[in-house]
Design a protein. Sequence first.
Lengths: 113, 114
Amino acid sequence: GNSVTQMEGPVTLSEEAFLTINCTYTATGYPSLFWYVQYPGEGLQLLLKATKADDKGSNKGFEATYRKETTSFHLEKGSVQVSDSAVYFCALSAQGGSEKLVFGKGTKLTVNP
Amino acid sequence: EAGVAQSPRYKIIEKRQSVAFWCNPISGHATLYWYQQILGQGPKLLIQFQNNGVVDDSQLPKDRFSAERLKGVDSTLKIQPAKLEDSAVYLCASSLGQVTDTQYFGPGTRLTVL
């Protein structure tokens, strides 16, 4: 079945550090890939998405590139801020079936000033 | 534009009791989803509606969970009887309905079963 594996947390960084959160997936066909973010006390929000191979999703300084050859969708940001502290979820939506999202377990990021 | 609304935000019940959650999706969104998020895990789909029809309920424990979406708008999710392992956050999401469409999530209902 379809699945998503993302790096275990928690991740603790200093402000302005470089961030990478790894995400790999298993799916048949060509899924759409997503990063969702959950800020403390808030609901899940879409951060960025990519719908086909080699697409790059970007938002708020975050980027992720859909790599079909490595079945990966790693999240990166060049300089994190304290306000980026949150839980980040990688997810996929498989084509050819329902549009349900299959999520990874989440990675908690804490950015210290 | 108003977001996805859910109520209640918190609920504490004893095991074997029943509970119901309500969701109002974004206006015009044909597809509605209920997800269960157990602490420390990612959300897992319980049931998906397209208008008022069920598209996917393969992971819904049908012996105790039920859901309906009357008139293709609001939805309710019910648990009867509840078990300790049902303690989780129940998330409702909605989308226009295509694979690449963004799903918008509500704030969730945190259920604690004692």
